[in-house]
Design a protein around this ligand. Structure first.
Ligand SMILES: NC(=O)c1ccc[n+]([C@@H]2O[C@H](COP(=O)([O-])OP(=O)(O)OC[C@H]3O[C@@H](n4cnc5c(N)ncnc54)[C@H](OP(=O)(O)O)[C@@H]3O)[C@@H](O)[C@H]2O)c1
Length: 261
């Protein structure tokens, strides 16, 4: 199978590295020539990767075409291309609904929305997929954790939740900064805060049947220090505000939709 990419930027780089470093058979990958530097780096590094002469050559040479363009460029660039009924189009562009894409890539009708995160490069990325197309799931499953959903609204909610990453890192930055404020050397503060972060992630991963509420409860011994910090954060609306920030992203997505959707 040949997978084509229109737009060879940061997320294409991560996906192509992920797909080209899986165990066993690798897909043949055809890249659009732009960005030249990233395309050349990937083609030099991996035998299964080639650079096409143009965007249309990518479409003509691939059964599956991934659209990895900036949202503001995506419609104009894609509308210039000729797709066939046989194409499976996978869009990485948030705010592009299936309805909008159907108009742009007609007569192709098989359209899947996917939001891979950069950690797919080392097979550790969560990837929302809508609708649960079996081939798209099979493509992204080796790159981490696929969460395939049945409605576009669920998919949009998962895309909104990807806006929480910087805020989550900032939580661990706060711990590291606080430690440094107490004269712990910067490298040790970073190492410790990072180790807490990995330990919590591993604990949650090893207990997939426990809800986050149960994990929170288990970590907050009654009358203990964790309970004190949790109570302080809750009383000061930290999590309420975090949730409101995600509402703001949801509204941003809604406002970015063309009125015809
Ligand atoms: N980065 C992420 O973590 C991530 C995750 C999930 C989804 N996404 C979405 O995926 C899309 C791409 O994101 P990105 O971070 O990879 O952006 P990016 O690094 O800016 O990549 C966009 C690429 O499109 C290329 N391009 C511009 N005009 C083109 C044209 N006419 N023909 C072919 N290629 C053209 C750009 O080339 P130049 O560099 O030469 O301009 C650039 O390489 C966006 O819609 C983004 O929202 C990103």
């Amino acid at each position: 199978m040949t997978i084509g990419f229109i737009g060879t930027g940061e997320i294409t780089r991560a996906v192509v590295i992920g797909m080209s470093t899986v165990e066993g058979e690798k897909p043949t990958i055809l890249l659009s020539p732009r960005n030249e530097q990233i395309a050349a780096e990937l083609a030099d590094r991996f035998e299964n990767v080639e650079i096409a002469g143009s965007n249309q050559d990518v479409v003509d040479g691939s059964e599956t075409v991934c659209l990895a363009l900036r949202p503001q460029d995506g419609e104009a660039i894609t509308a210039d291309l000729k797709f066939g009924t046989e194409h499976h189009v996978i869009s990485f562009m948030p705010t592009y609904s299936q309805a909008r894409l159907s108009r742009i890539v007609a007569p192709a009708t098989r359209i899947t929305l996917v939001t891979p995160l950069p950690a797919v490069a080392f097979h550790g990325g969560p990837t929302p997929v809508f609708p649960p197309d079996e081939d798209a799931i099979e493509m992204f499953e080796p790159l981490g954790t696929v969460v395939a959903v049945e409605t576009e609204a669920e998919y949009q909610a998962l895309c909104v939740a990807t806006a929480s990453l910087a805020g989550a890192y900032a939580y661990y930055e706060t711990i590291a900064d606080w430690l440094q404020g107490k004269d712990v050397p910067a490298d040790k503060a970073r190492a410790f805060s990072g180790a807490v972060f990995y330990a919590l992630a591993a604990t949650a991963r090893n207990a997939p049947d426990m809800s986050f509420s149960e994990l929170t409860h288990e970590s907050a011994t009654r009358g203990g220090t964790n309970e004190q910090v949790l109570t302080h954060l809750k009383e000061n609306q930290v999590y309420t505000e975090f949730s409101k920030a995600l509402d703001g992203i949801w509204d941003r997505f809604e406002n970015a939709k063309p009125t015809s959707d």
